[in-house]
Design a protein around this ligand. Structure first.
Ligand SMILES: *[C@@H]1O[C@H](CO)[C@@H](O)[C@H](O)[C@H]1NC(C)=O
Length: 268
């Protein structure tokens, strides 16, 4: 009886506000995943890209594919790059593929800035590519598709979020959205977290919006979270209340027309 009460109390506490934690910051998971029923968003594309477009939708989190030193190297790249710009509002991005860097209330091309030639080294792009390839392989493996039919797509970028008030629409990351609505080419979305929820920042949890209760993923250094990009995975990031949250969004498509190249010191 006592045990029942205990279990019910735990269930009650973890469901307060109808918010269920899918993965907590302090747990290290080799892999935690859940299947979700696919939306109809992919029906049209299934015949064009069979074997890649999601038939089994879901979410997965893996904490052991990116090493601590890789996380530190990527965080350093993000800080050096974003140091050349940054939004006046709370959310800034750096896209090493296109060169897009938030700057004030707009974007500039980082490769057009003289300083970018000094701050980036070949090694930066090697690490970036190596980590991206590991995430690519993990997604292909988890969703049972062949790596050769899955392509990196735009936008793939670093993000930095603080609690500064939003100045433009680009600072408003907290609205629930479906990735595939924003970028039709998306099939699989992933995030690599570079800082820790509850230490480096507060707020900023990733939240899947579900009828039976929203599910949160708490950011942890080196944590990879991946999910199918359709409306089965409506989500948002809760407002950061304190500190700085760094992450990398790595996006994949089944459509070779939308594939993008690896970045390099001599950009396209
Ligand atoms: C889930 O999040 C959405 C968006 O913030 C919110 O409208 C909804 O009330 C939340 N659901 C629950 C059950 O808390």
């Amino acid at each position: 009886m006592l045990m029942m009460g205990g279990i019910m109390l735990i269930v009650y506490l973890s469901r307060r506000n109808d918010m269920i934690t899918f993965v907590k910051r302090e747990e290290e998971v080799e892999k935690k995943s859940v299947a979700v029923e696919c939306s109809k968003d992919y029906q049209e594309e299934l015949k064009h890209f069979p074997g890649c477009v999601p038939k089994n939708c879901g979410r997965m989190v893996q904490d052991t594919i990116v090493t601590d030193s890789e996380v530190l190297a990527l965080l350093d790249i993000a800080q050096r790059g974003l140091g050349l710009g940054g939004s006046t509002g709370g959310a800034s991005i750096l896209d090493l593929h296109s060169g897009a860097l938030s700057s004030g209330s707009t974007f500039v091309n980082i490769y057009k800035l003289e300083a970018s030639k000094r701050i980036f080294k070949n090694q930066d792009f090697l690490i970036y590519r190596h980590v991206k390839n590991k995430i690519h392989a993990a997604i292909a493996d988890h969703f049972g598709i062949s790596k050769e039919h899955l392509y990196l797509t735009h936008p793939t970028f670093f993000s930095r979020i603080t609690n500064k008030p939003a100045q433009t629409i680009h600072d408003e990351y907290w609205h629930p959205h479906v990735d595939k609505d924003t970028y039709e080419s998306f099939h699989y979305t992933s995030l690599l977290y570079l800082t820790d929820y509850g230490f480096d920042f507060d707020g900023g949890r990733f939240i899947f919006v579900d009828k039976e209760g929203n599910k949160t993923v708490e950011p942890r250094r080196g944590r990879v979270s991946a999910f199918t990009s359709g409306s089965e995975n409506l989500h948002f990031v809760e407002k950061v209340s304190k500190g700085t949250r760094y992450a990398v969004t790595v996006s994949f498509t089944c459509d070779p027309k939308h594939s993008i190249q690896d970045p390099s010191l001599t950009p396209q």
